[in-house]
Design a protein around this ligand. Structure first.
Ligand SMILES: *Cc1c(COP(=O)(O)O)cnc(C)c1O
Length: 235
């Protein structure tokens, strides 16, 4: 299937999930994860009207970020090392993986140096508790959020999580619900720049369940752009 048909099919599934949940499709941003593919596929996504693009590693992202001239928003969705912050800040519109104090501190320090006034971020939370997953434990998030008042450039706009790989998308539901409930419970924490609106959750295998549970951003890679094994063989 070509990228255009895949985008159409994914959009239809997003709309259907929104309808089931009584939500408007405009509340859900489709972030196309392009880590598997090159510039040509990114251009094709843009032609389909997708302007939110996600990458999890700086080195893999750079050639694409440099090549694309359209006004897209790049989302940094992977583990972020502090020594990469200076290269990520000028290129990415949002960091989905804020997960520690030292990283917050470095983001703020570099942003100030570069004259960047606002850095939209999401706090990554490990709801499932799997050891292999990054992110703060849910009970750590409140005090972490409060500690960020020291850093005037940080704009925490919500939370992000990754669900475990499961056989049935339905099994991921408690994780997505957990992130939403955590976000709701944090509404009482005063953040001077507004509310924690965003919930970045749901990937190719489970995005519909995530939308039913309140996702405002779904990060979709393989379902949009990854060549199937058969296509790879044909070359
Ligand atoms: C790769 C990746 C995705 C997309 O995963 P797919 O299963 O290919 O849709 C989403 N989020 C993060 C953090 C990723 O690294």
């Amino acid at each position: 299937m070509d990228i255009q048909s895949r985008v159409q099919s994914v959009r239809a599934r997003i709309e259907a999930a929104c309808a089931r949940a009584g939500r408007s499709p405009q509340e859900v941003t489709l972030v196309a994860v392009t880590k598997y593919v090159g510039v040509a596929e990114v251009r094709e996504l843009i032609r389909c009207g997708i302007y939110d693009l996600g990458e999890n590693r700086l080195q893999v992202a750079l050639p694409k970020v440099e090549a694309i001239r359209e006004p897209v928003r790049w989302h940094f969705i992977g583990h972020l090392q502090t020594n990469k912050v200076k290269d990520v800040l000028p290129r990415f519109s949002m960091i989905h993986s804020l997960d520690r104090y030292a990283l917050a501190k470095e983001i703020d320090r570099r942003a100030q140096k570069m004259g960047i006034h606002e850095v939209p971020c999401l706090i990554q939370v490990n709801i499932s508790g799997e050891e292999s997953k990054g992110g703060l434990a849910p009970q750590e998030v409140k005090s972490f959020l409060e500690s960020l008042v020291e850093f005037p450039t940080l704009r925490v706009q919500g939370l992000m999580t990754m669900a475990p790989r499961v056989q049935q998308a339905e099994e991921a539901r408690p994780v997505f619900r957990g992130l939403r409930e955590l976000r709701d419970s944090l509404r009482s924490v005063h953040v001077p720049y507004g509310q924690l609106r965003e919930l970045s959750m749901g990937m190719s295998s489970d995005f519909e369940v995530a939308i039913e549970e309140g996702a405002t951003m779904v990060r979709l890679g393989s379902i949009l752009v990854k060549p199937s094994a058969r296509e790879e063989e044909r070359g």
